[in-house]
Design a protein around this ligand. Structure first.
Ligand SMILES: [Zn+2]
Length: 72
């Protein structure tokens, strides 16, 4: 998947994913903060998901805190 991150004046980013602007499904916001998370929770290890311990990219809505998860 192709991601484009566009820095905003307030330090947040807007994100274009697969050619479309990422819009928060909760509040309609278009500004996010990025975070990377490891998917190595205890539950994932227990169930031996094959994606456990992979890295995910989170985009966190600047307005309401809703978190998008992307496996890259
Ligand atoms: Zn939101």
């Amino acid at each position: 998947m192709d991601f484009q991150e566009i820095p905003q004046a307030d330090g947040s980013i807007s994100v274009v994913a697969a050619g479309r602007q990422l819009v928060c499904t909760v509040c309609g916001g278009t500004r996010f903060h990025e975070r990377n998370s490891l998917l190595n929770t205890r539950a994932a290890t227990f169930f031996r998901f094959d994606w456990a311990n992979k890295e995910a990219t989170n985009y966190i809505c600047n307005q309401c805190g809703y978190i998008f998860w992307f496996m890259l």
